[in-house]
Design a protein around this ligand. Structure first.
Ligand code: C2O
Ligand code: CU
Length: 454
């Protein structure tokens, strides 16, 4: 691999403690402030907002087909809610204040309770003032195990983030119109599981399931794995039907997940997960390797499929979604809270983006679908920035240029001036948000919703 240049390993080589198992039984998560050492040891620690005084929050783990019950207690100074990102769950459990539930006020609790039809790699995060609350640390991994999981020696979850910290350890202020109107809140420190370049010891020849989750506010990670030989088995939680060889560069946009199965094949004493930046590649996590040399194994597993909801492209309802605004975007005006406002008025309210001429969540849905109906939505990014559009409640496929359907995803990265089309079956009744997961963009207007009527 060429672009090789590693940041010194600043953090102590400690294995991240794995979270407990969440059975079908009741689990509690408390959202509160706590202090954690995030900067290297000779810097001050950081006040983080997190679940159960852990950053990231504890890994919730359950088995496909089970039910998960989580009581979220709010011990924060402000309201919150929890969204179970990527789960195809009941609408009332989706955690969107003002759309599916009331916010959880300080001192109050909310009981989330839902079935788990799908296996895969998901995550949970605050969906209230999320640009700020997710950045402060209110997120954690959510893993649903297959009933017949692939045979691996280790199963490692890496929640990646880039946080913006100051030298005194504090989370940089959120009062920043530049983030809202440009690329979003890009951090200055890469973290894997809340640590700078943590270490995960491996043995040569071991087979590892790697679950990559991006909890970043806005950064699009370009990642590489060095020292492994492997393939991608799932995207955004959903198994791929065919093995896909591991590319040199893995693109992981905010909220997206990539599951890989990799064999440790290096003869060096370390393997790496690298983030490619403009000036080179840096280790975001590393893997000390021991043991006699070993080749990649022959058999390559794929994951069993999750329930399938076929898409009827021919009879699908269609909609288009035009994203505009942002710096260098030239948006003149948009409707906001029922009024047509000029760009300057919008900016004074911290609003910089619009979808189909409407900034903020409109009163009426982009589409009102009946249960079981298929839909196709063309998404045009008429701005100077990439956007990671996330649809709640269902997974969609991209309609590819040759008319075939791409893999199921819940978040799609759309580059500047690109138009992409997604399609899905409206199999899950309720009101579902459709928004940019660059969280500053969502806050600054980039969100709409669809209704699926039973
Ligand atoms: Cu991961 Cu609407 O969010
Ligand atoms: Cu965006």
């Amino acid at each position: 691999m060429q672009r090789r240049q590693f940041l010194g390993s600043i953090a102590a080589a400690s294995l991240f403690p794995r979270g407990g198992f969440a059975q079908s039984s009741q689990r509690r998560l408390t959202a509160a402030a706590h202090r954690q050492q995030i900067l290297p040891e000779d810097y001050p620690d950081t006040e983080i907002w997190s679940f159960d005084a852990a950053f990231p929050g504890p890994e919730l783990r359950a088995r496909q087909g089970e039910t998960l019950s989580v009581t979220v207690e709010n011990a924060l100074p402000e309201s919150t809610s929890v969204h179970w990102h990527g789960l195809r769950l009941e609408n009332e459990m989706d955690g969107v204040p003002g759309l599916t539930q009331d916010p959880i006020a300080p001192g109050e609790a909310f009981d989330y309770h839902f079935a788990l039809p799908d296996a895969g790699t998901y995550w949970y995060h605050s969906h209230a003032k999320s640009m700020e609350q997710v950045e402060r640390g209110l997120y954690g991994p959510l893993i649903i195990d297959e009933n017949d999981p692939p045979d691996v020696d280790q199963d490692i979850t890496l929640v990646l983030d880039d946080i913006r910290l100051q030298r005194d350890g504090t989370v940089a202020s959120f009062d920043n119109f530049h983030d809202l109107s440009h690329a979003g809140r890009i951090g200055n420190l890469w973290l894997a599981n809340g640590q700078i370049d943590p270490a995960y010891p491996l043995k040569r020849g071991e087979r590892v399931r790697l679950r990559l989750i991006s909890a970043a506010n806005a950064r699009v990670f370009r990642l590489g794995l060095q020292g492994f030989d492997g393939w991608i088995v799932a995207l955004d939680g959903m198994p791929l039907s065919d093995q896909q060889p591991m590319p040199d560069e893995l693109v992981l946009a905010p909220a997206q997940r990539i599951d890989l199965i990799v064999d440790v094949t290096t003869d060096d004493d370390e393997a790496f997960l690298i983030t490619f930046e403009r000036d080179g590649g840096y280790a975001i996590a590393h893997f000390p390797v021991t043991g006699p040399s070993a080749a990649a194994r022959q058999i390559r597993a794929v994951l069993p499929p999750n329930p399938v909801f076929p898409i009827d492209l021919r009879n699908a309802r269609t909609a288009t979604l035009m994203i505009e605004g942002g710096a260098m975007g030239g948006m003149r005006a948009a409707r906001f809270e029922g009024k047509e406002l000029g760009a300057r008025d919008l900016a004074s309210r911290g609003v910089f983006w619009a979808i189909n001429g409407e900034a903020g969540r409109p009163d009426t849905p982009l589409l009102d679908l009946s249960l079981g109906e298929s839909a196709r939505i063309g998404v045009a990014n008429n701005t100077a920035f990439p956007h990671a559009m996330h649809l709640h409640g269902v997974h969609f496929s991209e309609v590819l240029a040759d008319g075939r359907l791409g893999p199921l995803r819940d978040t799609i990265l759309i580059n500047p001036q690109e138009t992409r089309e997604i399609a899905f079956q409206a199999h899950n009744p309720g009101d579902w948000l459709f928004h940019c997961h660059m969280l500053a963009h969502h806050q600054a207007g980039m969100g709409t919703w669809i209704r699926v009527s039973a």
